[in-house]
Write a protein that binds this ligand. Structure first.
Ligand code: ATP
Ligand code: MG
Length: 539
């Protein structure tokens, strides 16, 4: 058997070894009320990953018990995101598939005197729930007979009452130390169209009641969820035990993934989209999976991150820098290299004529990745910041009379800087040394600096985008998200790029610039930052 690497796997192994279960069944249970985010990637890693590891199955379970917030658009997006992450679900199941059975179970509870129809308003129920130190008060409707309850519940179902006028509550214990067991509401009236069942229902089961039933009906053995449900487990168990489920699914909670500088709540992400603070759910700054995909972050790197972050019971916050370091690591070994210049300065080689192809290393970290041809030429662009008329000490880039190597090509010497009327350098005139070609350098010239460049004749114009985190730093933590949001987090530049980038969409390391996703939009080459080259985390 596979080796357990976390406490959930340990429990699963014990359950298998003790014969409590023979095959593992889990489910990934999103509510279709928004797009999945990186936190959900962790839930998928746990739900799908645990099942896969022990030869079991994982269902895709849509928790659609909240008709007013759920949409088919979200269902489709969630499916696409899970597929993109590389997971395959056994069955696609909806809470609404089980609405009839869930309803039957409620009638059963009523018949057994374990549920009652309550006329208190939501407000009154809240106010009579008690506190952590004080018990709650019993509802005046608590002792209705099963017959009366059944009649009222059926009337609720038939649409006789308005939203909030009545509800069904489990009859458990108003003095339980666990507030969730104080006669929790298990059905409420909502006159809203459901994205799948239309107007068939005007009463909907509450999550805490529906979830254990849906788990059981799907044959779920291990119901894995996040820590905020720990206090709900006694209710989860109450439902299972009271309804006589055998074998009863087992709920296990793990810590949510929290990342600094990122908002991880569908509700808030939705607000950003609706208020136009970002371009959409797939804005590259968004922590949604569709946003991360648009950013150019590979699914594999996200999985790798989830694995390294680990599955634990203790709540913690992960540094965004760690996430970025994992992405950088992945791209360093996977992304081909290419060249683009953001703030171009013309460089002319006086003694060079014609254009030859030089060999450009695709990825020096990959054995056998090989080279591709890049056209060298007489007129090139380099970064403006790579030339200085008055360089500081230890400046290894280009300066008057100085030498540098042009990446994968030749060593050049700067002979003259052409300036405009304002004194700005607009061109650097150089001499190149034919015997200094990369790979066969016999020139004996020392050049410490290596500059990237593009060929001025063949290069294409590109729009280069860089991003800051959407959420300001930890210094701002404790403040409301809306105060922490960094609206000025997208920076757009024009750049010159090798034509190769326009012809080969994908993720690249732009030499000395960062990791970028290259793609075309309306005929224009876009270079969109994935992650910078700088590693602030391991420093
Ligand atoms: P949100 O608060 O963003 O809406 P949610 O918990 O309401 O998240 P669901 O659609 O109910 O979202 O979640 C589906 C599954 O993903 C649940 O099991 C939930 O516990 C899990 N999940 C959600 N956010 C995280 C997170 N940050 N880390 C780990 N698991 C998460
Ligand atoms: Mg939820």
């Amino acid at each position: 058997m596979a080796e357990a690497t976390n406490f959930i796997e340990q429990i699963v192994e014990e359950d298998l070894a003790a014969g409590r279960v023979t095959a593992i069944q889990t489910r990934f249970p999103p509510e279709p009320n928004g797009y999945l985010h990186i936190g959900h990637a962790k839930a998928m890693y746990v739900d799908f990953g645990t099942a896969e590891k022990y030869g079991g199955k994982c269902n895709l379970f849509f928790d659609d018990t909240n008709p007013s917030k759920e949409k088919t658009e979200y269902v489709d997006a969630i499916r696409a995101d899970i597929r993109w992450m590389g997971y395959t679900w056994a069955k696609e199941v909806y809470a609404s598939d089980f609405f009839d059975t869930i309803y039957q179970y409620a009638e059963k509870l009523i018949a057994e005197g374990k549920a009652f129809v309550c006329d208190l308003s939501a407000e009154e129920i809240k106010n009579t729930r008690g506190t952590l130190t004080e018990p709650g008060q019993e509802s005046p409707y608590r002792n209705r007979t099963p017959e009366e309850n059944l009649r009222l519940f059926r009337e609720m179902k038939a649409g006789k009452y308005a939203d909030g006028e009545k509800c069904l509550r489990a009859k458990i214990d108003m003095s339980s130390p666990n507030v969730n067991l104080r006669d929790p509401v298990i059905y409420r009236i909502v006159h809203a169209e459901h994205h799948r069942t239309g107007n068939k229902w005007c009463i909907y089961p509450m999550y805490d009641y529906a979830h254990p039933i849906c788990d059981y009906l799907q044959g779920v053995t291990h119901s894995l969820c996040t820590l905020e449900f720990e206090d709900h487990r006694p209710l989860y168990d109450w439902v299972g035990i009271t309804l006589g489920f055998s074998p009863k699914p087992r709920q296990i909670e793990f810590a949510r993934l929290n990342l600094t500088n990122l908002v991880m709540s569908k509700r808030y992400l939705k607000k950003l989209v609706e208020e136009g603070s970002v371009h959409g759910w797939d804005d590259p700054r968004m922590p949604t999976l569709t946003g991360l995909r648009a950013r150019g972050i590979p699914a594999e790197a996200i999985k790798d991150f989830c694995e390294r972050a680990g599955v634990a019971k203790a709540q913690s916050e992960c540094e965004i820098g760690y996430f970025e370091a994992v992405i950088r690591d992945y791209l360093n070994s996977h992304a081909p290299r290419a060249m683009a210049v953001v703030d171009p300065l013309k460089l002319t080689i006086a003694n060079y004529e014609g254009g030859e192809d030089v060999d450009f290393e695709i990825n020096q970290t990959q054995e056998g990745a090989g080279t591709r041809k890049v056209k060298f030429g007489k007129t090139l662009f380099i970064e403006r910041a790579d030339f200085s008329l008055a360089p500081p000490p230890k400046y290894y880039r280009l300066k008057p009379g100085g030498y540098v190597r042009l990446k994968n090509a030749y060593i050049v010497r700067a002979d003259e800087a052409v300036t405009d009327e304002a004194g700005n350098v607009i061109e650097v005139k150089c001499t190149y040394f034919p015997e200094s070609r990369s790979g066969s350098d016999t020139s004996g010239i020392k050049a410490k600096g290596v500059l990237h460049w593009v060929n001025a004749e063949t290069c294409v114009d590109a729009t280069l985008k860089q991003y800051d985190h959407l959420l300001r730093d930890a210094d701002y933590s404790g403040q409301d998200f809306s105060e922490r949001i960094n609206l000025d987090s997208e920076h757009v530049f024009s750049a010159k790029a090798e034509p190769y980038l326009a012809e080969n969409e994908g993720s690249y390391q732009l030499m000395r610039t960062g990791y970028y996703r290259a793609f075309r939009q309306n005929g224009q080459l876009i270079l969109s930052e994935i992650v910078s080259l700088k590693d602030n985390f391991n420093k």
